[in-house]
Write a protein that binds this ligand. Sequence first.
Ligand code: B12
Length: 320
Amino acid sequence: MNAVELTAALKEESKRLGFDLAGAAPAAALSEDATRLERWIADGRAGEMGYLAERIDAYRDPAKVLDGAKSILMLGMNYRTVEPVRATAGQAMVSRYAWGEDYHDVVRRRLGELAEFHRRLAPDARVRGVVDTAPLLERQFARLAGLGWIGKNTMLIDRRLGSWFFLAALLTTEELEYDEPTRADHCGSCRACLDACPTGALTGPYQLDARKCVSYLTIESREPVPEELRAAVGDRLFGCDACQEACPWNRRTPATSERAFQPGPGMNPVELAELRSLDEEEFRRRFRHTPLWRAKHEGIRRNAAVVLENQKAAPGGRAP
Ligand code: B12
């Protein structure tokens, strides 16, 4: 098969496997972006996310993710389902991406099938599928593969799907037919995300200080939430969608038919009393295969206490 035929077959199969976006880019080193990442880390903006600094060399060069990588097929999977139900006193909000099954598991399964399909078409090829956790600058490669532009909230945005999609990558030692990079930036003079960020973590267009980001504070950080940021966490138990909910490109995007991402029972919103009654084993059983498992029982208990504190302080028990 030549590069054009192989790329067309992979894109068609990725669609059949539930990916909504697909585009190919050369697996070239991204030195400028990696330097930005290095500077961001040096400024302390990565907080406790030490794994970024530990693998900075790999972030520079995708050949460190798959030796001999020539091409990357970037993929996007829509996760928008129903609308968030606002929490009232005694309830808390979980961000949309975490309502259903853990996307790492769902996407990895599909990537595995796509890699198998690729090997059948090109038996000599080496292929690797990655989602989120590998040292690959996914948004930057997605832009180079024509999937969308990096918005002022640092998310990758597509004109049809907004930013409500996960990214994944299939690296291959084969040549593919490359798509045109997305050059246009459709944010224009809009600053809705910057204004909506509850903690000012978006310190400027395209600039995020993770240490102040509610998503980081409720998922990645193992420390108590800093006093001065607690009220701004509001009723958010896990993750934050404020900069996405405010984005005009996210208003009228289509919902996915992917069953795995449909909200699980009691996820939109969450009942805090029930959550706090769970012991370790019950928490594991309930959340082991959801994104909430990343924060562990301790992290979720910490976040629940902050939400309750905010609701006590807020008139009518509804935290902002
Ligand atoms: C670390 C990380 C986080 C951190 C830091 C986020 C960040 N913006 O860096 C935290 C924990 C805060 C986080 C939060 C979230 N994340 Co996250 N995260 C990642 C991860 C693992 C690495 C991102 C990274 O490299 N950050 C490093 C810093 C330096 O990047 P940056 O601040 O964006 O800066 C870059 C660009 O902005 C650009 N840049 C800098 N200055 C300028 C200036 C201009 C003019 C331009 C154009 C560009 C530019 O260069 C920088 C370096 O490359 C990626 C997966 C991956 N492997 O890529 C997922 C990923 C980006 N996250 C994702 C999601 C869904 C989220 C959340 C929405 C989850 C939630 N609901 O809570 C929030 C959104 C918060 C936000 N606005 O970013 C998705 C995004 C999908 C999409 N459509 O874009 C990804 C791709 C995971 C996936 N596989 O789907 N995340």
